[in-house]
Design a protein around this ligand. Structure first.
Ligand code: B12
Length: 296
């Protein structure tokens, strides 16, 4: 994915005249930067936000570094999920990228894309793996394709330096990358300076990260752990460290059972990324967004 483009490229990509686009930029509807040489540049992230808010269609997406087939198909979340399952299993990465950006540009929320499409798709692939219809390499390739898509989505969700900070990771022996990466993007999308520490991290270093960085929010994704007793002790220690700094601990993940929830302390248990978004907004209400431009 490219980082920015010229007004001429953006105008062609969204099917308007260059003078109209420059008027929108000068009117503050689309943030714009200038190079040292005084040339106007527009961040792809700003165009994606503008298209989502205005519902305008992209006509030449490749000029923005997006898949050439983006913006030509209307998707329901269910139909998108089914198409993504078959594309992930067969390794058709460009189809997965196209659908994810179609949904994003059609202004589906990031949490809907994660909870209702990508996570559900991976659940179905897990079921197909467990009954032998999908091979291990297909499941792993699907994870890699999803991760590359997530990195592109992360590239179009930047945050300001004033934003409150959040750090997160997974505990020792938990090597699942998708849920923790999705959590980071969900938090960045609602205005948090969220940084993913990584997977498979001992409790000692997670506690040290909280002590050294004093985030306002610490999040844990738990898909797997080796020893329940050590896990419970570890999470309660992290809760004490965050609580002592007036920060919050949000936790989620399919390995957190009802029985486990009764043994661990946390500020919020999140069944889904929608839950995480709601909790993150309650800690840091988002400022009002700008009004959309008149149709031309
Ligand atoms: C991909 C995958 C792997 C990959 C992961 C690779 C990677 N790069 O991440 C690898 C190879 C690591 C793997 C390993 C194993 N796996 Co596996 N894996 C899966 C699979 C197919 C998808 C997982 C995934 O990413 N899902 C997508 C995420 C986004 O969904 P999610 O985790 O459910 O998250 C949702 C909620 O829990 C919540 N959430 C989750 N985390 C968080 C965090 C926060 C902060 C918040 C707010 C919310 C939240 O929101 C999400 C959206 O709704 C699942 C199938 C499934 N049902 O998920 C099996 C599955 C989880 N694996 C399973 C098993 C058994 C294993 C192994 C033990 C197999 C083995 N014997 O080796 C090992 C464990 C190894 C280890 N140490 O971790 C079983 C678990 C059964 C059980 N309940 O215990 C499953 C269910 C497969 C199956 N159908 O049997 N696996």
């Amino acid at each position: 994915m490219r980082k920015n483009a010229s007004p001429r490229q953006v105008a062609r990509a969204i099917g308007v005249s260059e003078s109209t686009l420059k008027r929108w930029c000068d009117g503050g509807l689309i943030p714009m930067t200038k190079t040292a040489g005084g040339h106007r540049r527009i961040e792809i992230e700003a165009i994606v936000q503008f298209l989502r808010e205005t519902g305008r269609r992209v006509v030449e997406p490749e000029l923005l570094g997006l898949p050439v087939s983006v913006g030509k198909t209307e998707w329901t979340l269910d139909r998108a999920k089914d198409r993504i399952v078959s594309s992930l299993v067969s390794g058709e990465e460009s189809v997965v990228r196209q659908i994810v950006f179609d949904l994003l540009l059609a202004d589906h929320s990031v949490t809907a894309i994660f909870d209702d499409v990508l996570a559900s798709a991976m659940h179905l692939i897990g079921d197909q793996w467990s009954c032998g219809d999908v091979a291990v390499y297909q499941e792993r390739r699907a994870c890699e394709i999803c991760m590359r898509c997530l990195h592109e989505l992360r590239a179009v969700t930047s945050v300001t330096n004033e934003a409150p900070t959040a750090i997160g990771g997974t505990v020792e022996s938990d090597i699942y990358t998708l849920p923790i990466t999705m959590s980071e993007i969900v938090l960045r999308n609602v205005g948090w300076q969220a940084t993913l520490l990584g997977t498979n991290l001992p409790f000692d270093t997670l506690a040290e990260a909280i002590e050294k960085n004093s985030p306002k929010l610490f999040w844990l994704s738990v898909s797997y752990f080796m020893d329940e007793k050590a896990f419970v002790t570890g999470v309660n220690r992290l809760f004490d460290v965050t609580h002592a700094r007036g920060a919050a601990l949000a936790i989620g993940g399919q390995a957190i059972t009802e029985n486990l929830r009764r043994q661990i302390q946390y500020s919020a248990f999140c069944e889904s990324f929608r839950d995480l978004e709601r909790f993150a907004r309650s800690l840091n209400p988002a400022p009002g967004s700008p009004t959309p431009p008149p149709t031309v």
